[in-house]
Design a protein around this ligand. Structure first.
Ligand SMILES: NC(=O)c1ccc[n+]([C@@H]2O[C@H](COP(=O)([O-])OP(=O)(O)OC[C@H]3O[C@@H](n4cnc5c(N)ncnc54)[C@H](OP(=O)(O)O)[C@@H]3O)[C@@H](O)[C@H]2O)c1
Length: 251
């Protein structure tokens, strides 16, 4: 059963007066979620490493009449905390609050047995998929605290809930994402109004899905645009009671 109430659809003002940061906003699910947030009235902070692709998302939002987004180049392979802290300083200095934080960026890594996974690939996947989530959230905490009731959405996966052969570091990083969500939710539950949930998109027709299943006809799965209501619901005040939940976008 869906966590979004039957018949719920975001209005054009659903995220009005909210600032939402989306990681990996250059492509796939992140791009679609960023565009949907802008259509729901949010000021979107677009982060990613592909600046040309981010600029195209920026242009789409502006040409649709959305609020002028922020464009923040950020490569999540960076392992030290400095760029994350610098970004937070800059946003704090600009007087911003962050009402929504969508940790969406992710890499698949090598699809092979753990014993054959290269240490370099293991480290990159863990870094981008979970360590950067920790570093960015840690740095942005003062901005999230500034919002009346901020919502953090972590992106999980089916293989982060039940391990599967040959999903290697990717699956492990998604288990870590679930663990991170539970620990953070428990901590915040007694100290803060910030809420956090994990969302498994299910199979979605993106570059990552096509790389993971090269033999699958791409249109077997929904386009990211067909699912964005789930993210808007989690970011909106309509889901104010959802905290610490493990959610599925499909099925
Ligand atoms: N598609 C599915 O079926 C599915 C299923 C379950 C979970 N998910 C999860 O959904 C999320 C989005 O995946 P997707 O399917 O939309 O994949 P995608 O189309 O490959 O998009 C991945 C996004 O992450 C960004 N990214 C990758 N490495 C980065 C780095 N080092 N620094 C900053 N950004 C980086 C990419 O940026 P670039 O444009 O620069 O590459 C891109 O914007 C991921 O967390 C994935 O694990 C997807």
């Amino acid at each position: 059963m869906s966590f979004v109430p039957r018949g719920w659809l975001p209005s054009q003002r659903e995220l009005e007066n909210k600032t939402v940061m989306v990681t990996g906003a250059s492509n796939g699910i992140g791009r679609a979620v960023a565009l949907a947030c802008a259509r729901a009235g949010a000021e979107v902070l677009l982060t990613g490493r592909d600046e040309t692709a981010l600029e195209a998302v920026y242009d789409s939002i502006v040409s649709e009449g959305g609020k002028t987004p922020g464009l923040i180049p950020l490569d999540l392979r960076v392992t030290h905390d400095q760029p994350y802290e610098e970004l937070a300083e800059e946003l704090l200095g600009a007087g911003l609050a962050i009402d929504g934080l969508v940790h969406n960026a992710g890499v698949l890594g090598e699809r092979r047995a753990l014993s054959q996974t290269s240490p370099e690939s293991w480290q990159e996947v863990l870094q981008v998929n979970i360590t950067a989530t920790f570093l960015l959230t840690r740095a942005l905490m003062p901005l999230l605290e500034r919002a009346p009731r901020a919502s953090i959405v972590l992106t999980s996966s089916g293989v982060g809930r039940r391990g599967k052969a040959y999903w290697g570091a990717y699956a492990v990083s998604k288990f870590a994402t679930e663990g991170y969500m539970q620990v953070l939710a428990d901590e915040l539950g007694s100290t803060s109004l910030i809420r956090v949930n994990s969302l498994n998109p299910g199979a979605v027709n993106t570059r990552m899905r096509r790389a993971a299943y090269p033999g699958e006809p791409p249109d077997t799965n929904p386009a990211p645009e067909a699912l964005t209501d789930r993210w808007i619901y989690l970011l909106s005040d309509a889901s104010a009671s959802l905290h610490g939940a493990t959610l599925n976008a499909q099925g």
